[in-house]
Each structure stands twice: as structure tokens, then as C-alpha cells.
Design a protein around this ligand. Sequence first.
Ligand SMILES: [Zn+2]
Length: 281
Amino acid sequence: MADRPLTLMAVHAHPDDEATGTGGVLARYAAEGIRTVLVTCTDGGCGDGPGGVKPGEPGHDPAAVAALRRKELEASCQVLGVGHLEMLDYADSGMMGWASNDAPGSFWGTPVAEGAARLADLMLHYRPDVVVTYDENGFYGHPDHIQAHRITMAALEHSGLTPKVYWTTVPHSTMRRFGEAMREFAEDEPQPERSEAGSEAEQMPEIGLPDEAVTTWVDTTEFGGRKFDALLAHASQGENIFFLRMGRERFTDLMGLETFVRVRDTTNAPLPEDDLFAGLR
Ligand SMILES: [Zn+2]
């Protein structure tokens, strides 16, 4: 066996993505004694400011938002038991089409090779056995999520050491349950009218994958409370309030199973699998 601890590295775009997408596996594997490394690529400066000030509104100060979100990220890592937090500190690019996409220092505007070289250095340092990031669409199209995917895949090519690589995904069956929860808990949002084109909730199954395409289903329900508390640490961000309204039990019921598609594997662990480290221990 290797002379170093088994290591999980999760590469995320913004402070709070670690909790939503991989809070369960980070908490579970940390509790199992696996070394956990979180790489957060941007400072989250395009998020909500104190008091819910939105980007572009008067009084929104990206530097102050970034400072607040860094504290929240550190608190989230504490809750999840993340052993190592590495911040690449690129400027948050904001949603696709925003002027911030091309602002100086933005993650989206950074050449992939440059970001990948920094991430490859971290991979050479930690030598992760498992790396988790987003798919090529960043799951839902956010430029920083797409860029996180690109630098991760390029860094993996460069370092060439990681036996198992995963992209986070959500099976369509869960997306349908997610749509139901949105109708129930997102009470501030205008309810989509049912139309011939279908409501927003009905269209949601287009995100994620058919259940049979999901390779890896990790039960993290035991750590649902921790995942909830990690998101609670990011309470300044309005989009998280929807999750927090559910309460721990409903949240764990909906979000306790974390799902992935395996895109690289040198272990020949049979699929489907229920453990990111299957074949490695
Ligand atoms: Zn994000």
C-alpha cells in the first residue's frame, strides 16, 4: 500500500458548492480517516453581500463579500471535517453573460493552462486517489463551474497520478423530487405557470443524467445533519435559504444520497458502486 493516507480531493468553483454537491462525501470520508482536500477556485465575490445585497445593486462590494464568504467557507470545512482547504482565489466570474465574466482576474477569463498548472501543483503535493469535480457543463452552466471542470481535467492530464476521477451528477429521479421540493419550499419565487412548454420543475430532469447512467451512489445520510450545518454556515447566500427551509430531516431525505459518474478508473472496481474508494482499500 501507499506510504501516505488515502486522499480525496474535491475541486469546486465557489464557497458553498462544497456543501451542496459533496458535503456528504467530504464528511463521510473524513470521518473514515481519509484525508480530505477541498480546492475552491474563486472568492465568491459575485455572491450576495451582507443584508442580502445582490451583485450590481448599490452597496455590493465584491471584496467584502469575498471576505465574508471565506469565513463561511472555513466554518463549513470545520463542520464537514475537511482537512485541507486550498483557495485559488480567482475573482468570481458571475453568471454567464455578466460583465464580470471578462473582468481582470476573473476565473472565466483565466487561461485554462494557467489555472491547471496551479491545480496540478496541488495534485502533485497531495497525490489524491480520488478527484471529484463537475461535468463539462459545470452541471448547470455557470462559467466558473465549467472552468473548474476544465482546469481539473487539464491538471489531471498533467499530473497523471489519480486512479479514480468523478463528476458530480444528479439522477433524473432525484431531479423530479427536487422539483417537487422547489414547489413546496421556494415560496419567495414566483410559481411557474404550467404551459405547453412545461413548467420549470418539469424541465429540470434535463439537468443531470438518466438513473442508469449514474455509476456511483454514495449513501451519506448519516452525515445529512453535517451537510445541512455546512450549508447553514453559508446562510448569507440567498440561494441556500431554499435548502435550509426544508429542515434537517427533509434535507437529508432529498440530499443524503450523493451521486457521481466515474470518468477515470484504474482499479477495475465493478459498476455500479457505492463507494468512491472501491478498489482502493
Ligand atoms: Zn458555484
